[in-house]
Design a protein around this ligand. Structure first.
Ligand code: EPZ
Length: 432
């Protein structure tokens, strides 16, 4: 398994290009299953999760082509997807266990073909993550659902029927899955207490470009008038707000200055406010953000994760790491997942002062210095928190289990190196 080696201490200065969003791209890919025409997605990030989703769609019978492309002069990928006819309606265990977002094939296959068999994803490092809300919502639309031998078998006689669904809690995944089902359902579907994450707006924009009729995009009430057929479309994937927020934390923790090119400030209002409150200078344009912490004394801030537009759980680990070097105490409260402080024991090994209370909150007290250590994390965002700690720690930090980072951070070492980090990947073959 590859590792990442960092020598801490360099302030990061320069420009970083923000890639297309993984968590937007994954449902967008699955939306292509809703039509027999070609859906083309530009500004696609090159990530192992995208490869995993492409492999699943190929298994289902989708023809995929990829092209090298450029956005603002930066190399990206464009992928085209065409599912003339699906040849399988099953998402097998081997695909789903590698990537739980495989469950996004459920809504589209059920809507277009009236059937789908999906391996039930288990829990993961950050929580139990059940699918009950996806399933009960689809049942309200007329689906018959049975769980057997670890698989969800979903079927519907004829088309799904429009329904008035009030989600009991805000769920990104359930909102996306049910939205993709509703666009081909018979009649009107109303989704209340829907998630408002920008990735859902991006999905709704693509679906409307394919001929869907969705109103209320960006609000917690989506109204969908089902149509009989959708057509192909061309769509640019929204910029990754979590990647941008992660590099913003990198600029701040190293007391450097980074311009995040192709970033969307309106998707990061709360994290940018936290940075400003800490004492970081933040400037924004429509598609870039400058994070300037040069010469600044940063002051700790309290953070509580919440559904969008609140502070994203996917930036909790990175901002917790940032608070380790700020003055005073910061309380970090996690409300979305029940097990998302797994990075803390590793950060403690680097000299941090953090007390976790139950599973819900942590008090971080700023320390004068951290020291490098071999560390490993259990998920993607936690791994980035360790990278951040390594960037400011004295001496060498080795981050193990780099495959987590490869799932969600495109060209991580290249991007950090370009702004002055002393970072390199140690390949498994290098024998280290
Ligand atoms: C998405 O996960 C993201 N993943 C996650 O990002 C992100 O942390 C999360 O949304 C919250 O923003 C993708 O977009 C691929 P949820 P998702 O359904 O959809 C509970 C990353 O690092 N729940 O909004 O799975 C659930 O257990 C990843 O990129 C149910 O109880 O999250 C959680 O406590 C990690 N029943 C809460 O809702 C359900 O049927 C919110 O989860 C569905 C969810």
């Amino acid at each position: 398994m590859d590792k990442i080696k960092i020598h801490g201490g360099n302030a990061l200065n320069g420009k970083i290009f923000i890639s297309g969003a993984k968590n937007a791209a994954l449902p967008l890919i699955c939306a292509s299953l809703l039509t027999d025409e070609t859906v083309t997605l530009t500004n696609m990030p090159m990530l192992s999760d995208i490869k995993a989703m492409n492999a699943l769609l190929e298994y289902l019978g989708t023809a995929i082509n990829d092209f090298d492309d450029f956005v603002d002069g930066h190399a990206t990928k464009t992928y085209s997807y065409r599912t003339k006819e699906a040849t399988s309606f099953t998402a097998p265990y081997d695909y789903v266990r590698k990537m739980r977002a495989s469950y996004y094939v459920l809504g589209p296959l059920l809507a277009r073909y009236g059937k789908c068999e999906l391996s039930l994803p288990g829990g993961c490092a950050i929580g139990a993550r059940p699918m009950d809300i996806h399933l009960s919502s689809l049942e309200q639309m007329g689906a018959h659902i049975e769980i057997k031998n670890g698989y969800i078998n979903a079927e519907v006689d004829g088309r799904l029927k429009g329904a008035h669904i009030i989600f009991p809690i805000v769920s990104v995944g359930a909102t996306c899955n049910v939205l993709m089902a509703a666009v081909l359902a018979e009649g009107e579907t109303i989704l209340e207490n829907a998630a408002k994450e920008p990735e859902i707006g991006d999905l709704a924009d693509l679906l409307n470009a394919m001929g869907a009729q969705i109103e209320g995009i960006g609000t917690s009430k989506l109204t969908i008038n089902g149509v009989e057929k959708l057509h192909g479309a061309l769509h640019k994937v929204i910029a990754d707000r979590i990647e941008a927020g992660s590099y913003a934390a990198a600029a701040a923790i190293t007391r450097g200055c980074i311009e995040l090119i192709n970033a969307r400030p309106e998707t990061l209002s709360r994290p940018l406010q936290v940075l400003r409150n800490m004492g970081v200078a933040v400037e924004t344009t429509d598609n870039s953000i400058i994070i300037d912490a040069r010469g600044k004394t940063l002051v700790g801030q309290d953070i509580m994760t919440e559904p969008f537009p609140g502070f994203p759980t996917d930036l909790q680990a990175q901002f917790l790491a940032l608070m380790m070097t700020a003055e005073g105490a910061s309380m970090v409260t996690e409300t979305i997942f029940e097990n998302r402080f797994m990075h803390v024991p590793e950060l403690l090994r680097m000299g941090a002062n953090i007390n976790v209370h139950g599973h819900a909150s942590a008090i971080v007290r700023g320390v004068k210095k951290l020291s490098g250590a071999p560390v490993m994390a259990t998920d993607l965002r936690a791994s980035f928190a360790l990278i951040l700690a390594g960037l400011v720690a004295e001496g060498e930090t080795i981050v193990n289990r780099v495959y987590h980072l490869d799932r969600g951070y495109e060209k991580l070492e290249e991007k950090l190196k370009s702004v002055g980090a002393d970072i390199e990947r140690i390949k498994e073959d290098d024998g280290e």
